[in-house]
Design a protein around this ligand. Sequence first.
Ligand SMILES: Nc1ncnc2c1ncn2[C@@H]1O[C@H](COP(=O)(O)OP(=O)(O)OP(=O)(O)O)[C@@H](O)[C@H]1O
Ligand SMILES: [Mg+2]
Length: 273
Amino acid sequence: MSGGQYDDRGNKDATITNPTGRGELGAHPGTGHAMDTASAFLIGDSMTGGYGKGPDILHDCTIAVNPGEIAVIVGPNGAGKSTAMKAVFGMLDLRQGSVRLDGEDITDLSPQDRVVKGMGFVPQTSNIFTSMTVEENLEMGAFIRHDDFRDTMAQVYDLFPILKEKRRQPAGELSGGQRQQVAVGRALMTQPKVLMLDEPTAGVSPIVMDELFDRIIEVSRTGIPILMVEQNARQALAIADRGYVLVQGANAYTGTGKQLLADPEVRKSFLGG
Ligand SMILES: Nc1ncnc2c1ncn2[C@@H]1O[C@H](COP(=O)(O)OP(=O)(O)OP(=O)(O)O)[C@@H](O)[C@H]1O
Ligand SMILES: [Mg+2]
């Protein structure tokens, strides 16, 4: 077809023109339904729910991660990021929607049963036992295992050498960044199939943040998909294969990390310009 007046016609929506080869990831406002939800490895699909008998906090919220990916959730304080993570981990009764892991509907499973199925979760707060030693924390992490977990502990110490040095110290004596390493290490002790991290870099210096991100990338390269919430939105989206901006419990923008970083509205409203 020769050019002319219709050259600018056609849908320029990234979800359709598919520049990434994964069209479902196009940055666009909406519920997140445009992504390929059927095949996601871990997905909280169209989740609606709140705490106890309280009002809905999540409104048709969808978050997912696939093998080989780091998926990042960002959004303002109180947007429901932690609530979405808790919902995926089974700490919240959903009024609508479902959670699926590797094709299996796990919506009705308890958090502990989800751990058995392969989910590792590091919550935003109270994620270590401060009065126990570093090593005891890691042992606690292995609570569901009946086999020899010393190899896994050695792997955690390889990943976080400082923890080996401090293994006999009460975890409460460690710095913020080191405590986060304990928390991530504890979650890795179950040999999870997927790792969920809620603000793993909260309260640490930029240098420690970079180091933690490097370790998280390293974990993802071992084949563990990672779904994480981050307050450091720019830095986190820079390493995200998949990004979600949540606002008031709903998906506001979904895309690759790159797409979200390049989106003028996302930049203006959530990344400080
Ligand atoms: N245990 C709870 N019981 C009742 N309401 C809660 C509970 N935890 C959170 N909320 C409410 O749910 C909403 C979302 O909170 P949530 O902690 O999920 O936000 P967030 O995006 O993780 O925020 P932050 O960036 O501060 O971590 C808020 O209005 C909050 O007050
Ligand atoms: Mg939170």
